[in-house]
Design a protein around this ligand. Structure first.
Ligand code: PHE
Length: 457
């Protein structure tokens, strides 16, 4: 006979906040936020981002965590339990982490490789010409690093919510904050750094446009790990007496704080190389090509480089753990197998998808999707696009409609008020019902047009 297992939980508020913040703070904060902020008007981007975070982001995050805590289930079960007709939202939400985990781990593998290079004193070698392309274009090597990263993730998840995830997050997150502050201070002492600070923070109103808001919104959903069932799953492990509203504020503070500090460390560092703006490429190039050059240029850079990649590794690991756990939790709600078999299944499934993502930069690079403007997407880009730009906004929109019109905001408010009064409940209902759906439709429309190359945002 199947006995109902007691659901695992975080021990208390700190454990919950550290784990959820661990999920939120990831590669997106470190390489994407600084670039976007610099590109879209510095100080004003920051301001727009903060406003969106405490309104839109706040409402959606409260909604998702409360859905999880109320039902005690992960995404599929949560929607199903509240209204059978809408379980498809849970299914869609659960597909997102399954798509992100493999390619996120491929990038995590690259971080492991760079960390070892810097620790072993070979950081200088990564600076040579096409080192990065050469490495990711390889066959066995990047796959090996990918498996290592995925393996570590699986191991932490195997230990469970409290003994694995909570424990690891409680160590890694404070260390991450300390390292980020440390490197930012070091970078600010470099020549030319102040030019970079000015570029990053000075509000340039001429760069403010509709696109600024759009870019900030897109970044916000991804950065707060919304619309993929993660916060529902973590909410289902949250105890009823924990103050949900203030936990969300703390997670936001963590997420935005680290993103802000990452900018303060990366942009001045790039400026100190000389040249400035044009070196601030988007994405992988910035982290794996430009920054190693910066580290190579200064005394003590090898050590700072190692510390930097350690920090990035922690950020990436706590995020991949949340992705892995979400998939595990969906499967275990459904199949009730032993945790170790589920972990093994998720590991093998992600390996099967991750290997093509890795090979897409090398021997399988011919497999790509053409864009309207003549560019093309690699396999990794395709997964990134399908999950972040298409599925996530759809799930976010459905979630808002579900909360706003099907179960009604009151259901969420009641859940939050179990522990304490919900101070922002009026704002919450208004945003979920009216503001968020409109914003999300805009993001969806524009990101699809951009990805196929019709517009450039
Ligand atoms: N929120 C993470 C970041 O900012 C990204 C992430 C997305 C993490 C999806 C987990 C799941 O990088």
């Amino acid at each position: 006979m199947e006995t109902t297992q007691k659901r695992s939980s975080f021990t208390g508020k700190i454990g919950f906040v550290m784990a959820a913040a661990g999920s939120a703070v990831g590669l997106g904060n470190i390489w994407r936020f600084p670039y976007l902020a610099a590109e879209y008007g510095g100080g004003i981007f920051l301001l727009v981002y903060i406003i969106l975070s405490i309104t839109l982001g706040f409402a959606l995050m409260c909604g998702e965590i409360a859905l999880g805590r109320r039902t005690g289930l992960s995404a599929i079960g949560a929607f199903q339990k509240l209204n059978k007709k809408y379980s498809f939202i849970g299914i869609l939400a659960s597909i997102v982490p399954m798509m992100i985990l493999p390619y996120y781990s491929v990038i995590g593998g690259w971080v492991c490789k760079y960390l070892t290079m810097f620790i072993s004193g070979n950081g200088g070698a990564t600076v040579n010409g096409t080192y990065f392309e050469g490495f990711i274009g390889g066959t066995a090597e990047p796959i090996g690093w990918f498996l290592l990263f995925l393996g570590i993730t699986a191991l932490v998840v195997l230990f469970g919510v409290e003994k694995g995830i909570e424990r690891v997050s409680k160590i890694m997150m404070p260390v991450l904050v300390a390292l980020t502050i440390g490197i930012a201070i070091y970078v600010l002492t470099l020549d030319n750094a102040m030019e970079g600070v000015k570029y990053y923070l000075y509000p340039d109103f001429s760069k403010f446009s509709f696109n600024t808001v759009l870019a900030a919104m897109g970044q916000l959903f991804y950065s707060m790990s919304l619309a993929m069932g993660i916060m529902i799953t973590y909410g289902s492990y949250m105890k009823k007496d924990v103050n949900l509203e203030s936990s969300v504020h703390q997670i936001e503070l963590f997420d935005t704080g680290i993103a802000f500090l990452a900018g303060l460390m990366i942009i001045p560092a790039v400026f100190s190389l000389g040249g400035g703006e044009e070196n601030l490429g988007k994405g992988a190039g910035l982290m794996f090509v430009t920054l190693p050059k910066v580290f190579d240029n200064f005394t003590g850079g090898e050590v700072v480089g190692a510390v930097f990649f350690l920090l990035v590794l922690f950020a990436a690991l706590t995020s991949s753990i949340s992705l892995f756990e979400t998939v595990v939790s969906v499967l275990s709600d459904k199949f009730k197998w032993k945790r170790k078999w589920i972990c093994l299944t998720v590991f093998l499934g992600s390996t099967a998808v991750g290997i093509p993502c890795s090979l897409g930069h090398g021997i399988w690079s011919a497999v790509s999707v053409p864009k309207v403007n003549g560019g093309s997407m690699t396999i990794l880009d395709m997964f990134d696009f399908a999950s972040n730009s298409v599925l996530m906004p759809i799930v976010a929109l459905c979630t808002c409609i579900f909360i706003g019109y099907v179960i009604k905001p009151q259901t969420i408010i009641q859940e939050i008020e179990i522990a304490s009064t919900f101070k922002m409940k009026k704002m919450f209902s208004f945003i979920i019902r009216y503001v968020a759906p409109v914003c999300i439709i805009l993001i969806l429309g524009f990101s699809v047009l951009e990805a196929v190359g019709i517009i450039t945002v």
